[in-house]
Design a protein around this ligand. Structure first.
Ligand code: SF4
Length: 213
């Protein structure tokens, strides 16, 4: 099958347990919780998205004809050397497109594969690092993995229920409101959550502060 990728680039992972790690980001086009069009945001299940995942026109984006072509492009962004190759499949919702062929092709190219998913679809079992960011109002199918990253505050979220899921790491990430005052309020609420629930840790979006993508 072919794959619609909005953009692909080499950067540092900015958030979560792997923050600071060199990574090729593969941003798949499309999401099942929002169309990506502003006129649909108010009625979407997920309304706080800060990512453009529509189409294939971003830098490094394309419709790749097959898994080998996508993996070859990712390897090209990584550059010389196969050691420690690391890619992050994100979106949009990557599990709308990730399949056996792509996981095999990326592994064959030497990549450790991480995914950032909303969890509404079961994650491919070949993925090496599973990060799920649940969205209030959605039905989460993938309730196990390496890290659960909760954007906070998020009204309608049952934090007790999330704690019963099977994740090695529980992370609270302040909601990016787009304003200095709003972000300060989000940070205060995320800090309060972690202070009240010691299993959780705070994660910040370092790539934004560093001017990285
Ligand atoms: S689930 Fe993720 S990609 Fe989809 S609209 Fe929400 S934040 Fe954006």
């Amino acid at each position: 099958m072919s794959y619609a990728v909005k953009e692909m680039f080499l950067t540092l992972q900015g958030e979560g347990v792997n923050a600071g790690r060199r990574a090729v980001f593969v941003r798949f086009a499309g999401c099942n919780l929002w169309s990506g069009r502003e006129q649909d945001r108010a009625t979407a299940i997920c309304r706080f998205c800060d990512t453009d995942f529509v189409g294939t026109g971003g830098e490094g984006g394309a419709r790749f004809a097959d898994a080998a072509a996508l993996a070859e492009a990712a390897a090209g962004f990584w550059g010389e050397g196969r050691a420690e190759r690391f890619c992050v499949l994100t979106g949009g919702e990557p599990m709308l497109q990730v399949d056996d062929a792509l996981v095999d092709a990326l592994h064959a190219a030497g990549f450790t594969i991480a995914i950032e998913s909303n969890g509404t679809l079961a994650v491919h079992p070949g993925i090496d690092w599973v990060c799920i960011s649940p969205k209030a109002g959605s039905e989460v199918a993938q309730r196990s993995g390496d890290e659960l990253k909760l954007v906070w505050p998020q009204p309608g979220t049952d934090v007790d229920a999330l704690e019963s899921w099977d994740f090695a790491h529980l992370l609270a990430q302040p909601l990016d409101t787009g304003s200095v005052e709003g972000n300060a309020a989000s940070e205060a609420e995320a800090i309060a959550l972690v202070m009240a629930r010691p299993r959780w840790r705070l994660t910040l979006q370092a790539h934004k502060r560093l001017g990285l993508r």
